[in-house]
Ligand binder design. Structure first.
Ligand code: PMT
Length: 410
């Protein structure tokens, strides 16, 4: 996720989860945000001090609806003009009720009603009874029906009051994903498209303790899944490295056979498939059910058997509307080997990466790839963070594979 150049306003209202805004400010800056500006309701000041927020955000903090900037312009107007998104966190039942009924009696509600044509995200946190009250639910539905509003639903968990239930502020990754999606430059490019992505190296057991695997961290596949989701796709990620807090379907697998089963089960309903996983080509013939003891076997040998080639099977079963993208991890003859795989596995495109380099490819945050298409054209994406590579790859595919159709018909 990248928030470079973005100004985010966090509207904090009076709930115990207000302190979570502190961590979020730091994370937004870590992810590139240009400015994070905090505004508070009077009761929020009882939970988190303006001084703390000012120190973390390195920006003035406002809590009066009468606040003005040095030119005398009311702050809520300045924020509505200059900021990219308003995130109300935590949003109390009272704040939600006021917003749903057009009240503007504090700086947060006044800013919200001024903040038109830009994303407003509301992350409620409150006691379960308050959250489930029919009036709160009706207010939430009202807000949800507004075009620029997103409700980031609270989760089930232990609440500050000691009770357990719905009302726990959504976790930070979930909140950031929503914000990222709302601000994404290519929001909607893959709207309604069902996409399947695989990620990570498979783990082939030798015994209950040891495995054969590889250096894939799952980062490239995860970046693709995140970007696809942010561009509106209906994503299923099949991975050996399940991430936390994702808002799309994540299926956790271990072996190549597990991955094959999950992929083949879900493939038919997906329009686009990206095989970014590093599937082990071999499994152990007779994995030991017990830990192999050093004292008993001084130099054990392992017999390997070939694993199924999932991508090749997908290539054989591919339906005419399906787009199949493979990845090639090569240490030599990068383009030649990738091109062979493109043809042999009946792919629409293959993304070739040079894993002999330590600054790109396996287990690092950046990659540099050459995409080979079935029509023999190719395109190189220079070294960049994997999220950026994923974004460029998806833009390129939408343009090339849909032309002259629209991307939404991918
Ligand atoms: O996970 P990261 O640390 O971020 O690293 C990213 C990556 C380098 C793993 C990724 O960008 C990548 O190259 N993934 C493919 C790795 C791989 O297995 O390449 P391959 O050339 O061995 O396989 C070619 C294609 O066939 C791949 O799409 C692979 O998923 C697929 N395959 C391979 C073997 C097999 N038995 N079944 C398969 O489906």
């Amino acid at each position: 996720m990248d928030f470079s150049g973005k100004t985010i306003v966090i509207g904090i209202t009076g709930g115990i989860a207000a302190y979570k805004a502190c961590d979020l400010i730091r994370e937004l800056y870590r992810l590139g945000a240009e400015r994070v500006i905090c505004i508070l309701t009077p009761s929020a000041e009882a939970f988190v001090t303006p001084l703390t927020l000012q120190a973390l955000s390195r920006q003035p903090v406002y809590s009066s609806e009468l606040a003005v900037d040095p030119s005398g312009t009311p702050i809520h107007i300045v924020l509505a003009q200059q900021a990219d998104a308003l995130l109300i966190l935590p949003a109390t039942a009272d704040c939600i009720a006021k917003l749903a009924n057009g009240f503007s009696d504090n700086l947060v509600t006044t800013t919200a009603i001024t903040f038109t044509g830009k994303p407003v995200l509301i992350a409620p946190a409150m006691n379960t009874r308050m959250w489930q009250h029919p009036l709160t639910q009706e207010n939430v539905r009202k807000l949800e029906s507004l075009p620029d509003y997103t409700i980031i639903y609270p989760s089930h968990g232990q609440l500050a009051c000691g009770e357990t239930g719905e009302g726990h502020l959504a976790d930070q990754t979930t909140i950031l994903q929503h914000l990222y999606r709302m601000l994404h430059p290519q929001a909607g490019l893959y709207r309604g498209v069902k996409a399947l992505v695989t990620a990570g190296g498979t783990f082939e057991p030798i015994d209950p303790v040891r495995v054969i695997s590889n250096r894939s961290s799952g980062k490239m596949g995860l970046a693709l899944a995140d970007e696809l989701w942010a561009m509106g796709a209906d994503v299923t990620l099949v991975t050996t490295m399940p991430p936390s807090g994702r808002l799309y379907k994540v299926l956790s697998v271990q072996t190549a056979n597990d991955m094959r089963e999950a992929v083949l089960t879900h493939a038919p309903e997906n329009r686009v498939i990206f095989m970014a996983a590093a599937v082990s080509d071999y499994a152990v013939a007779n994995a030991s059910p017990q830990k192999i003891k050093r004292e008993r076997e001084a130099s054990p040998s392992i017999e390997l058997v070939p694993n199924p080639d999932i991508l090749a099977e997908l290539g054989q079963q591919k339906h005419p509307e399906q787009i199949l993208i493979g990845f090639a991890a090569e240490t030599e003859n990068l383009l030649k080997n990738a091109s062979d795989k493109l043809q042999r596995k009946n792919l629409d495109a293959i993304v070739a990466n040079d894993i002999s380099r330590t600054d790109i490819g396996f287990a690092v945050d950046e990659n540099e790839v050459t995409i080979l298409f079935a029509d023999q054209s190719q395109c190189t994406l220079p070294k960049a963070p994997k999220a950026e590579i994923a974004q460029q790859l998806l833009e390129l595919l939408a343009r090339r594979l849909n032309s002259p159709r629209t991307a939404s018909s991918v």
